[in-house]
Design a protein around this ligand. Structure first.
Ligand SMILES: [Zn+2]
Length: 443
């Protein structure tokens, strides 16, 4: 089986087989049933969301000789069969990437005059339409302005912002959304059933997560996995195959953070290196892990709603209690700096050890927010006369190294030196920096 076999074999043939995009499908179906199709359509969306599949089904429905009462193409009349076999003279698919010049569009314009077979529309689908040159767009625009009767244009693109606005404004536009994980999971489940491949539930969720809303990516990945001999297909098999680290390893890292177990940095780096996993991938996964913890912390993500196995849910609920918000901000900031460095280093084992050590030592840092909170609490106990600035107005910053007694020490110094309240904020920062040998990082 070649690489794209599954995506091709399970390509939707009717509107009802399309995964996701419900409102778009309803609109198109109604246009077919009410015979009110516009003369130009623009389908946009990331790769693998079904743009050309939807356009093909729409074309079949418009030209079908035995349309069902639901507005579905019959898939058995001559027109449907010709379109499915790619030999229809009334449905012309053009790859905008390889036919992008003005001559290509001129050739197309010349064919517009030839009538479609009686009762049918002549439909042009230009995929990757954003690749057309400016001259080609202008030539196309002429045809769009005065479309011959019974001619329809379908355009598909991943980059609608690169399509000439005058073209866009003449189209009915449909933005196909990323496909929801549950819809991808359902589709994969039905494919696995039909192909009689044994797959664990958790593995479907992992594939869906990795494909980020692109059904085609999910299908290609599934195709790749189904060629392996191992059965059933499990989540850890997927992660292993792709060089990903399992979430459980991240939960172990969280525990090491809690226990301030610095030796973990060395054992873990050793394990990662000997398994030959891609370190850049690992770092991206690590960011995702901390991002999840942050979302949980901000109550933006409810663990019970996340697409996670029971074991992973347990892992996240223990891990989220380990970190304070300041820790997470610092770690995410640090990791995204690493990832976005303009020259990506080839990570050596020692780099990875240092990265992990840095993460583990974040626990020893104290956020300025937390610091000021502590000082405010002390003030409440009558230690100071003037109230401090509200912690909420303070930029998020990290003071390091943290010391157990730091707030009290700063407070003592502030009182002792009789610093006026207005400069207290800066003073705190300066004292933390100078008196205690720390560094301050403002975000
Ligand atoms: Zn038909």
């Amino acid at each position: 089986m070649d690489y794209k076999a599954i995506a091709r074999r399970f390509r939707p043939k009717t509107f009802s087989e399309v995964t996701g995009q419900d409102s778009i499908i309803t609109t198109l179906r109604n246009a077919v049933l009410q015979k009110k199709a516009s003369h130009a359509y623009l389908f946009t969306g990331i790769r693998g969301t079904g743009k050309t599949s939807v356009a093909r089904i729409f074309a079949k429905a418009l030209n079908c000789e035995a349309l069902t009462k639901e507005g579905e193409p019959c898939n058995s009349c001559p027109s449907c069969i010709e379109i499915m076999e790619g030999r229809s003279l009334d449905f012309i698919e053009i790859d905008g990437a390889s036919n992008r010049g003005i001559d290509d569009i001129r050739n197309l314009n010349e064919t517009l005059g030839y009538r479609a077979i009686k009762g049918r529309y002549k439909i042009y689908l230009i995929d990757e339409v954003h690749m057309l040159t400016k001259e080609a767009f202008n030539a196309l625009l002429k045809s769009l302005e005065e479309p011959p009767a019974n001619v329809k244009f379908f355009f598909a693109t991943t980059e609608p912002n690169k399509v000439l606005p005058t073209i866009v404004s003449r189209c009915q536009r449909f933005d196909l959304t990323r496909i929801a994980n549950h819809a991808i999971i359902n589709k994969l489940r039905s494919i696995a059933k039909e192909l009689e491949i044994d797959v664990e539930d958790e593995a479907f969720a992992t594939i869906a997560r990795l494909s980020e809303g692109s059904l085609r990516d999910a299908e290609s990945l599934f195709d790749q996995l189904s060629c392996l001999e191992a059965r059933p297909i499990t989540s850890s098999l997927i992660l292993d195959t792709l060089g990903f680290v399992s979430r459980n390893d991240f939960f172990l890292l969280d525990e090491a953070f809690r226990d301030e177990d610095l030796t973990f940095a060395f054992t873990f780096a050793g394990k990662l290196f000997s398994s030959g996993k891609d370190i850049t991938y690992f770092l991206e996964n690590l960011i995702e892990h901390y991002r999840n913890l942050m979302l949980i912390h901000l109550r933006h993500l409810r663990i019970e709603d996340a697409f996670l196995s029971e074991e992973e849910k347990k892992g996240y609920s223990s891990s989220q209690a380990i970190y304070e918000r300041g820790h997470l901000i610092h770690i995410l900031d640090y990791l995204s700096d690493l990832i976005h460095q303009s020259t990506r280093p080839t990570y050596k084992r020692v780099h990875l050890e240092m990265i992990l050590l840095h993460l583990l030592q974040t626990r020893k840092r104290i956020s300025l927010e937390a610091l000021l909170q502590k000082i405010t609490t002390l003030e409440g106990k009558g230690a100071m006369v003037h109230p401090l600035e509200k912690p909420i107005s303070v930029p998020i910053a990290i003071v390091e190294p943290a010391m157990e007694k730091l707030p009290e020490k700063i407070l003592e110094t502030v009182i002792e030196k009789r610093v006026p309240p207005s400069v207290r904020h800066d003073t705190i920062l300066r004292f933390a920096q100078v008196e205690f040998g720390g560094t301050i990082k403002k975000n």
